[in-house]
Design a protein around this ligand. Structure first.
Ligand SMILES: NC(=O)c1ccc[n+]([C@@H]2O[C@H](COP(=O)([O-])OP(=O)(O)OC[C@H]3O[C@@H](n4cnc5c(N)ncnc54)[C@H](O)[C@@H]3O)[C@@H](O)[C@H]2O)c1
Length: 389
């Protein structure tokens, strides 16, 4: 097993995997429809912020790593990895057909000797459907579902330290997929397809529930007129069982909400805990805008700084960020949001200009750049990032 291509290879999951495989000696081709991202990779520049990516990219590109929009590259590979997105529809159901459609697009270019690896987060049962597609086409399926569990932004560093789950369709698929992943992962965990699909979804949903619990307590304590972080710090201080209690914060991004919805759809909308978590996390922006209004009176015609537009700190990814929901809510109040982000591309203002004009502030994302800002106007910070006055 030497040559591996990654479909969706210039995305947030494809890049860390491609770099890790190239670092360990595989010949890696990143295939992606995003021509800009392909060009960026070939120009030795990671298309997004990812710790440790630039160094490996500069080291490997043009040697055993390349990126292309040419789908024909799939023909020459020993293994084909699919890591394209897995959206949900307007009824909160996974768009399984989108996943199947991508695989179908490449099927005529593939052959039965190739190992097929699914790495996207998929609805339980999807691996089985793709195995059927392969059997229809080739008479057999050499397939393995190998989910990605890295944290975005630190994936290149984390990928070498996480156990890899492998759910193969056959013994041969297991042996070949293990040969690939044992080069980058310290341990392999073998599961059946549906078990592995659920591991991935439950992992993300568990994280989403943790944030929802913190956010529910934040709203409860602050509603009472008390400072949540006085309570939070006291409950955590030297108390081992509260060690992993996260701070409150906007729980967003392309995975956690979507994957909680997938589990909810999987359990025929009986996953009340997950649905409650969605209400809590999606309701936090409303609570924050109301908090600001309580401090400032009517927000109409007031200039409000909204600092941080990405879905997580010190990252440049704005996908599904709840800062945009806060912006919309401020506009409903006829306020004038002044947005800033140090990393994300967008129609944002310079920080000094925002701070000069702001009559109130909402902290959307606790980027390090904001830590030492001195504020003399009312502000709302659910993260406990700034000292309260
Ligand atoms: N972002 C994360 O940290 C993370 C972590 C674990 C798992 N996941 C899962 O991995 C999957 C991908 O997520 P992502 O964040 O990498 O998404 P992404 O949007 O960053 O990457 C997907 C890539 O696929 C490309 N693409 C789309 N259709 C294509 C096609 N037909 N052929 C070739 N390329 C195509 C896009 O241009 C994009 O570059 C999702 O299922 C997600 O839930 C994401």
């Amino acid at each position: 097993m030497k040559k591996i291509c990654i479909i969706g290879g210039c995305g947030h999951v494809g890049v860390p995997l491609g770099l890790a495989l190239a670092e360990r000696g595989f010949d890696v081709t990143l295939v992606d429809v995003n021509a800009g991202a392909v060009e960026s990779i070939n120009n030795r520049k990671p298309p997004f912020k990812e710790a440790g990516a630039a160094k490996i990219l500069q080291d490997r590109i043009g040697k055993n790593l390349t990126a292309t929009t040419n789908v024909e590259a799939v023909k020459e590979q020993d293994a084909v990895v699919f890591v394209t997105g897995t959206p949900v529809d307007e009824h909160h159901n996974p768009k399984i057909n989108d996943v199947l459609k991508v695989v179908r697009t490449y099927l005529d270019l593939m052959n039965k000797e190739q190992l097929v690896i699914l790495r996207s987060t998929i609805f339980p049962g999807t691996t089985g459907l793709i195995a059927e597609l392969l059997r229809d086409k080739f008479g057999s399926a050499k397939l393995a579902f190998c989910p990605e569990r890295i944290v975005q932004g630190e994936g290149v560093e984390e990928i070498f330290n996480l156990p890899q789950i492998i759910a193969p369709s056959s013994e041969e698929a297991y042996i070949e997929a293990s040969a690939v992943f044992s080069k980058i992962a310290p341990k392999i965990i073998r599961l059946e397809a549906k078990e592995a699909e659920l591991v991935k979804l439950i992992t993300n949903t568990w994280r989403y529930l943790e944030f929802a619990a913190a956010n529910a307590f934040y709203m409860m304590v602050e509603h009472e007129g008390l400072d949540f972080y006085t309570v939070y710090n006291a409950l955590k201080e030297d108390y081992p069982r509260a060690k992993h209690f996260p701070s409150a914060g906007l729980a967003a991004g392309p995975c956690l909400f979507k994957d909680t919805m997938q589990l909810s759809a999987f359990y025929q909308n009986n996953f009340f805990l997950g649905q409650s978590a969605m209400l809590v996390n999606e309701g936090l922006p409303n609570f924050l805008v109301d908090q600001l209004e309580k401090k400032m009176g009517s927000l109409a015609h007031k200039k409000i700084a909204l600092l941080g537009m990405t879905f997580k700190a010190n990252n440049d990814d704005v996908r599904e960020s709840l800062s945009f929901k806060i912006k919309k809510l401020l506009e409903f109040k006829m306020a004038k949001p002044l947005t800033h982000d140090p990393y994300a591309a967008g129609d944002f203002m310079p920080l000094d200009e925002v701070l000069k004009q702001a009559e109130g502030v909402v902290l959307g994302t606790p980027h390090d750049e904001y830590k030492n800002i001195a504020l003399s106007v009312p502000f709302v910070d659910c993260w406990g990032f700034w000292k309260r006055v």
